[in-house]
Ligand binder design. Sequence first.
Ligand SMILES: Nc1ncnc2c1ncn2[C@@H]1O[C@H](COP(=O)(O)OP(=O)(O)OP(=O)(O)O)[C@@H](O)[C@H]1O
Ligand SMILES: O=C(O)c1ccc[n+]([C@@H]2O[C@H](COP(=O)([O-])O)[C@@H](O)[C@H]2O)c1
Length: 191
Amino acid sequence: MKIGLFFGSFNPIHIGHLIIANTMAEAADIDQVWFVVSPQNPFKKRSNLAHEFDRLDMVRLAIDDNPKFRATDIEFRMPRPSYTIDTLAYLSDKYPQHEFRLIIGEDNLVSFHKWKNYRQLMEQYGLLVYPRPNTSPIDYSKLQNYTVIEAPLIDISATFIRDALRNNHSIKYLVHEAVETYIHGKKLYQD
Ligand SMILES: Nc1ncnc2c1ncn2[C@@H]1O[C@H](COP(=O)(O)OP(=O)(O)OP(=O)(O)O)[C@@H](O)[C@H]1O
Ligand SMILES: O=C(O)c1ccc[n+]([C@@H]2O[C@H](COP(=O)([O-])O)[C@@H](O)[C@H]2O)c1
């Protein structure tokens, strides 16, 4: 099978993530999307990062009704911070029957040349790129083995959702209903 890997902190998973994943599952040449929950992004230091098991649970709740979606906690058992190339090597070894591609937004492409072994990542696995609003122009002549997939631009972020929660504002419609219930039940992102 062809698998598109969607990496993220998912702190928490929101409708922007779900819409991209669904668009990829429909429009790109892949059979499934796997959500790889990263315990720690090599570039981001975050104080209000929910526990990784809570983030994984929220991803599972959000994708439960979609047979093309899977969640994986593979990076929880790998050295930290999580480098994407290492995770892809591990997954390819573990699942030799599958072909993996990396789903990546234009915002991440801006600093992609700083990622560990980024050339190998792109050449060996291939990129499925989706547009993001307000990113610096991307020099596509420097990229190889990529496909751009048109997708709706949904300008929300996990930061926006955490800020709303801290200020006691509603997050209805911004996250899956089950995720909203989970966040309130566990009192996440209150400070
Ligand atoms: N609204 C969105 N539309 C499309 N892609 C998104 C959206 N929000 C985040 N992404 C992408 O999804 C991936 C995982 O995102 P991440 O978990 O960091 O969420 P985030 O909303 O960007 O979080 P934060 O605001 O905490 O930085 C990243 O590559 C990010 O660029
Ligand atoms: O491998 C790298 O060098 C690398 C550098 C920066 C980010 N990443 C990954 O990109 C993914 C998106 O990160 P985030 O925190 O924006 O969701 C996440 O899985 C990170 O581990 C990976």
